[in-house]
Design a protein around this ligand. Structure first.
Ligand code: ZN
Length: 510
């Protein structure tokens, strides 16, 4: 069967033919892109003509930094994003405990201490869930609160020292409060998911359909433990993934630990923390540093070279300007020793930049994968406020002007999953509450669209098969309710995905 999609505005992302009216799809691939009349000529015995009546067609969105393997569980875990108070959060956790199967940890996700006014404590959690381990994750996914049972199971007691790269918060008497930062949460966080992971195929089936409905046809899961890599293999074998998922591997001891026992494939290295990312600021004329830096430049360069020699791609998480400076320095050193590594490394997040860092990244010619959805969610990205005027936050326009290859992603569930929301945020720099951040760093709709399609596919190194609409590529494409290039920027976030075609198969028909 050949499908002839005609009378459309096709935004191809293909430089040689940026706009077309029609395309033909056969055996999951695009076989022709062009005018309606020329595509209608391709009719075969078995054909379908899809008259799109002027609708817009774009490539399926690619999200190269998405946490599918935790986001998929959101329907099973207690949603604490809406909690307005500690009492709210306690109620949510107590209700979740009733539905949590024996042997599993009670797990809550997404609390925001700015909204609650405080961080909950182990005592707050004990009152809601007294008899079994419970853990509630901060929206940043870089800190969490554990109840007493969970702390005990994770081996965290009064005398436990802070691990390198982590902190166990303590009250005045020295007793752990339950709040764990970065590497201090590794054991508890890993254990909190273990029993749930057996249900991955089931939740992945539903979640991947939700992704497809948002127009996402390919992602990279940006942190996959060896145990989850086995779950992915099972889910794939069961046909549970409605979209393409690539995996970026971390080790078994916790996301932020050295990935020594990561499964084969692309490797994720957390260079600095998340909410407490590594910052270098000048305050009152004095240089200061803050946050967690997990590696020195030398250590990171050695890790990069070892990964490249093993044929692996590397994704460096770096958020703070000191984290980015460390990543950039290490990449410069490693590329000097092994120039072909340049194509095998990228920096994800790169939130707090300076003109100097942007120039060094441009000179390296590596990809940066940023998250415009954070502008929409407008939650604090870091515990460090940056009064330093030399530090630019998510400077998409400056990055593009410097010639850096920039792709977009969501970091879901840390940011909003919908690519059109991310695209709207990159263009308007406006949060859902209407707050505008550094409007001079806005980029054009076409640049944002490319960063979430072809750019994202290039950053994920899957552009040979997807990311643009060209003959030979996979028929991963979307029919949109409105042409993003012609509507007002304020309407972008409300554009609907009417149809998603994945490998030439249509889902969510109108
Ligand atoms: Zn992430």
């Amino acid at each position: 069967m050949i499908h002839l999609l005609v009378n459309a505005t096709v935004l191809t992302m293909d430089e040689s033919l940026p706009v077309a009216q029609a395309l033909a799809v056969k055996d999951g691939r695009i076989v022709e892109v062009g005018g309606t009349d020329e595509v209608l000529w391709l009719r075969e015995d078995d054909y379908e003509v899809v008259d799109l009546g002027g609708r817009t067609v774009v490539p399926g969105f690619v999200d190269p930094h998405n946490h599918f393997s935790i986001g998929a569980f959101e329907t099973l875990w207690a949603d604490c994003r809406g909690a307005r108070s500690v009492a709210d959060l306690q109620q949510t956790l107590a209700a979740a405990a009733r539905d949590t199967p024996a042997g599993a940890w009670v797990r809550g996700v997404g609390y925001d201490h700015h909204v609650l006014g405080v961080h909950p404590t182990r005592g707050d959690l004990d009152a809601a869930v007294p008899d079994r381990p419970a853990l509630v994750m901060h929206f940043s996914h870089h800190q969490c609160v554990a109840n007493s049972r969970a702390l005990a199971e994770a081996g965290i007691a009064r005398g436990t020292p802070d691990p390198p790269g982590g902190e166990i918060a303590r009250d005045k008497s020295g007793e752990p409060t339950g709040l764990l930062f970065e590497r201090a949460m590794s054991r508890a966080e890993t254990a909190s998911r273990e029993a749930w992971e057996a249900r991955f195929s089931e939740v992945a089936r539903a979640a991947s359909r939700r992704y497809a409905a948002l127009g996402i046809t390919a992602i990279q899961d940006a942190a996959v433990t060896p145990a989850m890599a086995r779950r992915y293999a099972d889910a794939r074998a069961a046909g549970a993934l409605a979209i393409e998922v690539g995996e970026v591997m971390v080790g078994s001891r916790g996301w932020f630990e050295r990935p020594d026992d990561a499964a084969p494939g692309s490797l994720k290295i957390f260079v600095d923390g998340g909410y407490r990312c590594a910052m270098r600021v000048t305050r009152d004329g004095m240089p200061r540093t803050s946050g967690f830096l997990f590696y020195t430049r030398e250590e990171l360069a050695a890790l990069l070279l070892a990964a490249w020699r093993a044929g692996r791609d590397v994704v460096c998480h770096a958020i703070g300007n000191l984290g980015i400076e460390t990543a950039v320095g290490a990449i410069e050193d490693a590329v000097r020793a092994m120039p072909e590594g340049r194509a095998r490394v990228r920096i994800d997040h790169a939130i707090f930049l300076t003109a100097e860092l942007i120039a060094r990244i441009a000179a390296l010619g590596i990809w940066v994968v940023a998250q415009p959805s954070f502008l929409w969610d407008a939650r604090a990205t870091s515990s460090a406020t940056s009064p330093d005027p030399a530090i630019l936050q998510r400077p998409f326009a400056s990055v593009a002007r410097a010639g850096v290859s920039q792709a977009f992603s969501s970091d879901y569930p840390c940011g909003s999953n919908a690519p059109l929301v991310g695209i709207a945020a990159a263009v308007t720099r406006t949060s859902r509450q209407g707050r505008v951040a550094a409007p001079e760093e806005a980029i054009s709709v076409s640049a944002a669209l490319e960063a979430y399609t072809l750019g994202a596919a290039r950053a994920a190194r899957i552009d040979a098969v997807t990311g643009s609409l060209e003959p030979g590529k996979r028929a991963d494409l979307l029919v949109l309710s409105t042409n993003p290039l012609e509507c007002s920027p304020t309407e972008l976030a409300a554009i609907r995905v009417l149809e998603t075609w994945m490998k030439g198969v249509r889902s969510n028909p109108p």
